[in-house]
Structure formats: structure tokens, C-alpha cells
Design a protein around this ligand. Structure first.
Ligand code: FAD
Ligand code: SF4
Length: 283
């Protein structure tokens, strides 16, 4: 299964206009965190904030809806949210913690829960893991380069960044600008080239834009906890859904991209192994 194990696949979006206004896609990550906080499933969530307004994400512990919304939207550089989990437990004293992470971080968290060296007593406090789809991530210096040298804009003027339909796009005070992804590939974190998980296969709930129309998200519920939270958010009207079979491009595109990532990773691991470079054994 190229999408990992999941219980249900849906297209969905948050119904609250406050969430829609700040969300990257359908606002599912923020809506689920807010609902989990309101229901007492978590006491706080580690999210990727942008404290200096310069697109350099930093893990922040959100304990209410306003703080969740302040951190909404995608930052295309690594936010060390796994580190933030320790802070949430030790500095904030939280017993029930949620977070949003990219697939490689999700793998690390699940591994740490299974083998809790150096995070003793913390794994059990993690009650909600929302995974976001991820094809690549960029160092901040790369984002600076795209913005300044390729799109003639300062990151400080960027209101939103997005990747989709083969382009890296920014919304700035001067309007929307974009460059083809073939120009940005060389600037990705090199680890992303051997990453084999596009859809955060180890999450409670995974979500991303691919597969659903603009303003909606594709959602894969994976664990019982994930299903219960998602269903409850739909029942109270915080999230609306459509059958994934009824939207375009739907799951076939997601499956194609997930398989493409696994194939590319395998090829790159073989290439690096032949060169004598140590690589993780993923297959
Ligand atoms: P929102 O309600 O806007 O909330 C987003 C949540 O993600 C917030 O809690 C925010 O703090 C957190 N967040 C933002 N940036 C990061 C980060 N760098 N690390 C960890 N958490 C973060 N989707 C696809 O469909 N295809 C892709 O190829 C794809 N690539 C991505 C690459 C990266 C590096 C990242 C960070 C995301 C990518 N996504 C991709 C996911 C997509 O951009 C949205 O984040 C996702 O659809 C959630 O949108 P939302 O409206 O539900 O979330
Ligand atoms: Fe992590 Fe993989 Fe995304 Fe790179 S592509 S940031 S390694 S999940």
C-alpha cells in the first residue's frame, strides 16, 4: 500500500471562516488541534510558529485556539517540532500533548515511543499526531534565494508560500509570483532525496492538499484515536467532508506521487550505496 495503512480517505475542510482565512489548505490541521484542545484530548500542541515573521519556523506550544491559528499555514523549512515535545512536557508540564509534523519527524516520534532513550516518560504523553504530506523541504538560505534572486521579493514581504501544480509560489504585497519546481529541486535538503514517505504513514491523521480541490484537504484517518477525533469534529460541524471518489484529482494522483517518492528514494539509496556513502536501510 503506497499510502500506508488507513481507515478512511476523504476530502475535507474546516467550516469556520477564522480557520479558512489563515489555513494553508482546508485547515484540517488547525481544526483538529482546536477540537482536541476543546475536548480535553490534548492540553497543548507543538506547532510551527514564525516568531520573527521571517518564515524561519520555530516550535511553539499552543494551548488555545488563538495560538493554534497564529501558527497556521505552511513554512517550507524544517521546524524542529520533535524537540518542542520535550519542552511541552518538561517546561509547560503538559500531560497530554499533540503535534503537527512532516513524515520523517513522524517516523522519529514513533521510534522514540517504541525505544524511549532520552525521552523517558514523554512518549506516553503524546496523544495526537497529525502528519502533513511532504515531498521536499528547503533550508532557509534556499527560500531566501528563491525569493530574492528568482522572484525579486524579500521574504519579509511574503504573505503565503505554496507548492502545487509544478510550481513554487509566493503571495507578496506585490501580487503572486512563481517559479517552476524544476528550478528549485537542487536546493532541497539532501536527506529529502532518500525519504520514502510522502503521506506521513505513521500518523493518527494525515492531511495535505494533493488530491483535493483548492481550499480543501485530502485526509487519511489511520488510528482509532484519529478516526474518533476526526468523526467528532465532523459531528460538531467544525469540519465538512466529501467522498474522495467525488473530487478531482482524488486518490489516484496521491498514490502516483507517493509511489514516485518511494521509487526515487530507492534509486537514490542504491546510487549512494554504490558510491560508499552510508545510507539508512529503508527497504
Ligand atoms: P493549517 O490549518 O494551515 O495548519 C498547518 C499546520 O502545520 C500548523 O499547525 C503549522 O504550525 C504546521 N506547520 C507549518 N509548517 C510546518 C513545518 N515546516 N513543519 C511542521 N509543521 C508545520 N502537502 C501536499 O499535499 N503535498 C506536498 O508535497 C506537501 N509538501 C509539504 C512540504 C512541507 C515542508 C510542509 C511543511 C508541508 C507540505 N505539505 C504538502 C502540506 C501542506 O502544505 C499543508 O501543510 C497541509 O495540507 C495542512 O494544511 P491545513 O490547511 O490543514 O493546515
Ligand atoms: Fe522530511 Fe521527507 Fe519531507 Fe524531507 S521530504 S522534510 S525527509 S518528510
Amino acid at each position: 500500500m503506497v499510502l500506508g495503512t488507513y481507515k478512511e480517505a476523504l476530502s475535507a475542510r474546516a467550516t469556520d471562516s477564522k480557520i479558512q482565512k489563515v489555513a494553508q489548505d482546508g485547515g484540517i490541521a488547525s481544526a483538529l488541534l482546536i477540537h482536541a484542545l476543546e475536548e480535553g484530548i490534548i492540553e497543548g500542541a507543538v506547532v510551527a510558529g514564525d516568531p520573527n515573521d521571517d518564515w524561519a519556523p520555530y516550535p511553539q506550544v499552543a494551548t488555545n485556539a488563538d495560538e493554534v491559528l497564529q501558527a497556521a499555514g505552511t513554512k517550507y523549512s524544517m521546524s524542529p517540532n520533535v524537540f518542542g515535545i520535550k519542552e511541552a512536557a518538561r517546561q509547560f508540564g503538559l500531560e497530554k500533548i499533540g503535534t503537527v509534523v512532516v513524515p520523517c519527524q513522524m517516523q522519529g516520534i514513533r521510534k522514540a515511543q517504541a525505544y524511549p532513550f532520552s525521552i523517558r516518560f514523554i512518549g506516553d504523553k503524546i496523544k495526537l499526531l497529525i502528519g502533513i504530506f511532504c515531498m521536499e523541504n528547503f533550508p532557509m538560505a534556499s527560500l531566501d534565494t528563491f525569493s530574492e534572486a528568482m522572484m525579486d521579493s524579500s521574504l519579509n514581504d511574503v504573505k503565503k508560500m505554496d507548492i502545487g501544480k509544478g510550481k513554487f509560489r509566493i503571495n507578496t504585497t506585490d501580487g503572486t509570483k512563481d517559479i517552476p519546481l524544476k528550478k528549485t529541486h537542487g536546493y532541497e535538503q539532501s536527506g529529502c532525496n532518500i525519504c520514502n514517505d510522502y503521506v506521513a504513514e505513521w500518523s493518527d491523521v494525515s492531511t495535505g492538499s494533493v488530491g483535493s480541490p483548492d481550499g480543501w484537504s485530502t485526509v487519511l484517518t489511520r488510528t482509532d484515536n484519529g478516526v474518533d477525533l476526526f468523526t467528532s469534529a465532523v459531528d460538531v460541524g467544525l469540519i465538512e467532508t466529501k467522498p474522495i471518489e467525488e473530487v478531482k484529482p482524488g486518490l489516484p494522483l496521491l498514490e502516483k506521487l507517493a509511489k514516485g517518492k518511494k521509487d526515487k528514494s530507492k534509486k537514490e539509496i542504491e546510487r549512494r550505496t554504490k558510491m560508499g556513502i552510508p545510507t539508512p536501510v529503508l527497504y
